[in-house]
Design a protein around this ligand. Structure first.
Ligand code: SAH
Length: 221
């Protein structure tokens, strides 16, 4: 049985814009072929408004309304690559569904994806979009992601797509033993991407360099 019951884009070749983006990500150091194949497959133009479709394959974050952005493809690729390095996570939790683009990239690579968004309209739009693209391995939650998503915990991987001042304790607790979280820590201007690995009772933390994400906001919007 195929691991991902999705066929739509499987047969369609990447557009020239998509291929240029993949080449650019390769030049920037993304070297996990699984991740590059997912970027080549997911139609990013389906995740932005009509007025921005001609910029969908630029390596930049773009506005998605509600003062939020679809993440920069390089950052999506980097976070996914770090999450997958040397392993095959089965269940991954994403905090900050937003447009659903990072969710789709994860859904190409991981058997089951859980994604939580605090803004109802974004959550519903992403759900519709990903359903139209025939993704069937994604669970959508509408809640404050700082609390993680307890009923489905623990997760082999957690990916946070908005910045926090400190790593939320609930997220660390919902990591499976040996599980890995990638999260931007610090507020805008002084934010760095951190890799956090759960090791027995403790955690191991590594700094992956500067990033710039919109802040994680408390409560439902
Ligand atoms: N992965 C998304 C990134 C969207 S930007 C994409 O590529 O499109 C960050 C998202 O996090 C926004 O949609 C924002 O509404 C959401 N967010 C902010 N605070 C949150 C919280 N506490 N819980 C869940 N989602 C949150």
């Amino acid at each position: 049985m195929p691991r991902h019951p999705r066929t739509l884009a499987a047969t369609s070749a990447p557009s020239s814009g998509q291929q240029r983006l993949v080449d650019e990500l390769r030049r920037l150091g993304i070297d996990d072929e699984r991740v590059l194949a997912a970027i080549a497959k997911v139609p990013r133009h389906d995740f932005v408004d009509d007025a921005l479709k001609n910029r969908a394959y630029e390596n930049s974050a773009l506005p998605i309304g509600h003062a939020q952005t679809i993440s920069q493809p390089y950052v999506v690729a980097l976070m996914t690559q770090v999450l997958l390095k040397g392993r095959k996570p089965q269940r991954v939790l994403e905090i900050g569904t937003g447009s659903g683009y990072q969710t789709a990239v994860l859904a190409e690579l991981v058997p089951t994806v859980f994604t939580v968004e605090r803004l109802k309209s974004l959550s519903e739009q992403a759900r519709r979009r990903l359903s139209a693209l025939h993704y069937r391995n994604i669970h959508f939650g509408y809640a404050d992601g700082m609390n993680g998503w307890l009923p489905y915990a623990p997760y082999d991987g957690i990916l946070v797509t908005a910045g926090t001042e400190a790593v939320p304790a609930a997220l660390v607790q919902q990591l499976a033993p040996g599980g890995r979280m990638v999260i931007p820590v610090g507020l805008q201007g002084a934010q760095s991407l951190r890799l956090i690995e759960r090791r027995g009772a403790g955690i191991r933390e590594a700094d992956l360099g500067r990033v710039s994400f919109v802040p994680l906001l408390p409560g439902k919007g």
